[in-house]
Design a protein around this ligand. Sequence first.
Ligand code: ATP
Length: 231
Amino acid sequence: MLDIQGLSKKYGDYLAVDHVSFTVPTGKIGILLGPNGAGKSTIIKSIAGLLRYEGGIGIQKMEAHSMEAKKIFAYVPELPAMFDALTVREHIEYVRKAYDSNITDQEVEAILTRFELEDKQDKLGNELSKGMMQKVSICCALCIKPQVILLDEPMVGLDPKAIKELKEVILELKENGVTILISTHMLEMVENIWDVMFVMEKGHIIGSYSKEEVGDKELDALFFELTGGEK
Ligand code: ATP
């Protein structure tokens, strides 16, 4: 479970996120939507521990700052950050060691193969294309075998095969009880996979729905209804 309670964040005097609360239940896929400047990245970075904030963030009922919570939590940032002098394989091994992950070599090979990185393992961080960096970032997150995973615009820069794989991986994670939060503008990419949605505007959640509540209603119709834009 990912539980956000009364989260507020100020940049100087500017209140970017105002007392926001929402929960993604265990084993569900949550999507965080909103127009530019709504406050999504601020929330994502707060959950990832990259910003100071007021309020509470719980990961599987543990305080997000705690070491126990960090060990079961993975984050795929919008812009992948690579070590220039480490190879793809070394990034993976670094994460395995840092998280003391019990992932097997075979599972690592399978993940790298899914994202077509098996023959790129010796490439250095600064020799990768943007899409390849994004794939490495996703593979590193998967190697943690997280119980909660946060993905910020994960499909941007990926080729169609990788997008398809990523969607399948997300559904497999859900099957295995992993809690997932995806922040995205690409509504069509998450249309068929979400369970709960949260729409933000001007630092507030202006609507939250579960898939059961909305039935067959299309995501973009809901989004534009809430944000007042045109379809
Ligand atoms: P986008 O969809 O464009 O990425 P977002 O929903 O992720 O937008 P945020 O990046 O969280 O929005 O920004 C929320 C508000 O906070 C915006 O008004 C933005 O200008 C402001 N903001 C974000 N980062 C900072 C910062 N470092 N300093 C000052 N203001 C900031």
